[in-house]
Design a protein around this ligand. Structure first.
Ligand SMILES: Cc1cc2nc3c(=O)[nH]c(=O)nc-3n(C[C@H](O)[C@H](O)[C@H](O)COP(=O)(O)OP(=O)(O)OC[C@H]3O[C@@H](n4cnc5c(N)ncnc54)[C@H](O)[C@@H]3O)c2cc1C
Ligand code: FES
Length: 244
């Protein structure tokens, strides 16, 4: 199940951390921050493309940062410059356009879509701060530092420790489930809106197969089409989302 993709051409590929790969692909498609593509660089197994968020984009190219966790990402990580791959997408709603001073809180591979989001907000002239947690080592430090008004990169510990959310008008978050739940709670206490980008297993990416269904306060939603970005208060955090 799926839709025809466009063929992409690998422009660059580097390992930027342990099993963390930065891949740049030439494509005529243009995403919005917070959207994702299904990437496929194989003929048969595994059957489906793998959902990877947009780390960055500019005319004619899209960048991804992904962790090698299984067969699909292992094949993607072995691509070489000029190799071809299939890109389906961009899919998903992406982060909303909001006014005011914005805080982006990320953890693990949830940092990747926040990079593109911070850059887009900054380019619109908005004040945007990035606060990101890395498990062992910071990667792509310069890129993250340039993306926002103020960037704080933390290794280990909890990215929510010492966080003062009251300085902001809205918060976006992407990362491990307990981190996002904590950020949404802090936003609620501060009286500001929050948006979360959630991860579920996906197949078609276009709302046809229901593999990615998630329960929300306004009923079942398709993470690939209605999300992956939802209002923080909409989500039931007892659901076991698979967040990198
Ligand atoms: C909307 C969306 C955006 C994503 N963006 C990124 C990104 O920018 N960078 C990145 O590194 N990863 C991202 N992921 C996760 C990525 O899709 C999975 O890591 C990948 O599909 C695993 O494929 P695989 O064949 O290598 O591993 P598999 O062999 O399929 O699985 C290996 C392990 O990874 C886990 N896994 C599989 N699919 C997912 C999933 N959807 N979410 C979390 N864990 C999974 C499995 O439970 C298993 O433990 C995103 C997922 C979604 C849904
Ligand atoms: S992945 Fe098929 S409906 Fe979302």
């Amino acid at each position: 199940m799926g839709v025809e993709g466009t063929e992409g051409n690998v422009l660059s590929i580097q390992e930027v951390g342990e099993e963390i790969v930065h891949l740049t692909v030439a494509t005529p498609t243009t995403p919005k921050p917070g959207q994702f593509y299904l990437l496929r660089a194989w003929q048969e197994a595994p059957l489906l493309g793998r959902p990877i968020s947009v780390f960055d984009y500019s005319e004619g190219k899209v960048e991804f940062v992904f962790k090698v966790v299984g067969k699909g990402t292992e094949i993607l990580a072995k691509l070489k410059v000029n190799d071809k791959l299939q890109l389906q997408g961009p899919f998903g709603n992406g982060f909303p356009e909001v006014e005011g001073k914005i805080l982006l809180v990320g953890g693990g591979l949830g940092n990747a879509p926040l990079h593109a989001t911070a850059k887009a907000l900054k380019a619109r002239g908005q004040e945007v701060d990035l606060r990101l947690g890395f498990a062992e080592k910071v990667y792509l430090e310069e890129e993250f530092n340039q993306a926002a008004t103020i960037t704080q990169l933390m290794v280990g510990g909890l990215v929510t420790d010492g966080l003062n959310i009251r300085d902001y008008d809205v918060v976006f978050t992407c990362g491990p489930h307990p981190m996002m739940e904590a950020v949404v709670k802090m936003a609620r206490e501060a009286g500001i809106p929050s948006y979360v980008s959630i991860e579920k297993r996906m197949a078609c990416g276009i709302g046809a197969c229901l593999v990615c269904t998630c329960k929300t306060k306004s009923g079942n939603k398709k993470t690939c089409k209605d999300g992956p970005v939802f209002e923080g208060e909409e989500i039931f955090y007892e659901d076991k989302y698979q967040i990198s």
